[in-house]
Write a protein that binds this ligand. Structure first.
Ligand code: IPT
Length: 354
């Protein structure tokens, strides 16, 4: 005989809590203490309880899910950010509905919001580069949803969690300057990207501050292929460049590949800095000096913040996460080391012996 399916009441009985508490765990887990939550989850597992999502939808309840609108997952950074958001959501028993829109256009994005609304999703994280006016319009016209943006200009009047590019981007320039570099190539991401423009602006400001005005720029598109191709153009435009500052690690991978082809890697070659510190950048050849953006932290803060906003609809969130330069082996000093006292003494002995 087929076993009877466990009900909400059975779970409540097993966990020693009220039915209302079980229902909160299912519909609004942030309102329940960790201990109660774990007790209820354990009872559900023991009884093989399956929540009735269609009944929840029919009752007009929000389902425990978040929406995520993301840039192309073929890029390393957005795919790692998505993985972080997904695992943070999973820890809170939340599903994530992921969409990757073809273009950053009002009509396309509004259709995505409507689809989320139809699925009774009430919290949306938006990780696509978006100009202020479009982000503000979407947030205003979808104010029944909690909308949290990750890639908008600093002055945008919407809720956002962003990386503070300033410290990391200027640290790249200062690091290379201190190593003696004076001829620079700049390789930002696409001009349509907010973060690409912010990083480039910061590099240029920092270069001007130390008196460098002849840095040359070639725009990439975030891909390794564009990093590879632009390297030849930069070196052609100024054969004396000794350092290339790159807008992300994926393009830096292509730059390192082009330099290896030209036999310009290593201490006598061209120094390279990246941006992101994606999971594999330590294993590039040579290990990449880069600006770390902690994607796990971004995922955690994004999920926490959007849940807060769902519980307090009037709340405006603006959080800035730090960036930090990680020095590895792709940057070299151009300054010839002075011979050490020991070496001089050895040379003197040799000369005396001749
Ligand atoms: C940004 C990455 O730094 C960059 O490498 C690229 O993948 C871009 O995303 C794609 O939009 S990270 C973003 C949160 C600013």
């Amino acid at each position: 005989m087929k076993k009877r399916q466990a009900t909400l009441g059975d779970v409540a009985h097993e966990a020693g809590v009220s039915q209302q508490t079980v229902s909160r765990v299912l519909n609004n887990p942030t309102l329940v203490s960790r201990r109660t939550h774990d007790k209820v989850m354990q009872a559900m597992n023991t009884l093989h309880y399956v929540p009735n999502r269609s009944a929840q939808l029919l009752a007009g309840k929000a389902i425990p899910a978040l929406g995520l609108i993301t840039s192309s997952l073929t890029f390393h950074a957005p795919s790692q950010i998505t993985a972080a958001i997904k695992s943070q959501a999973e820890e809170r028993q939340l599903q994530v509905a992921i969409t990757m829109p073809k273009a950053v256009e009002y009509g396309i994005l509004q259709a995505v919001f409507n689809e989320f609304r139809a699925q009774h999703i009430r919290g949306v994280i938006i990780n696509i580069p978006m100009e202020s006016a479009l982000a503000e319009r979407l947030a205003r016209e979808n104010d029944d949803l909690a909308c949290l943006f990750l890639d908008v200009p600093p002055e945008t009047e919407v809720s956002c969690v962003r990386f503070d590019h300033r410290a990391g981007a200027s640290a790249c320039v200062n690091h290379l300057w201190e190593l003696g570099h004076r001829q620079f190539g700049l390789l930002p991401g696409p001009a349509s990207s907010i973060s690409a423009r912010l990083r480039l602006g910061c590099w240029r400001d920092s270069l001007h501050r130390v008196g460098v005005t002849n840095a040359i720029t070639a725009w990439g598109d975030w891909s390794a292929n564009s990093g590879w191709a632009r390297t030849f153009e930069l070196i052609h435009a100024n054969p004396r460049i000794s350092a290339i500052i790159v807008g992300n690690d994926q393009m830096a991978l292509g730059v390192l590949s082009a330099l290896a082809q030209l036999k310009r890697t290593g201490a006598q070659g061209i120094s390279v800095t990246g941006y992101d510190d994606t999971a594999d950048s330590l294993y590039f050849q040579p290990a990449l000096t880069t600006v770390a953006q902690d994607f796990n932290l971004l995922g955690q803060r994004a999920v926490e913040r959007v849940l807060e906003m769902m519980n307090q609809p009037q709340k405006r969130v603006m959080e800035l996460l730090p960036t930090q330069l990680i020095v590895r082996q792709s940057t070299f000093s151009t300054i010839q080391e002075e011979p050490t006292a020991e070496l001089i003494a050895q040379l003197k002995t040799l000369i005396n012996q001749l």
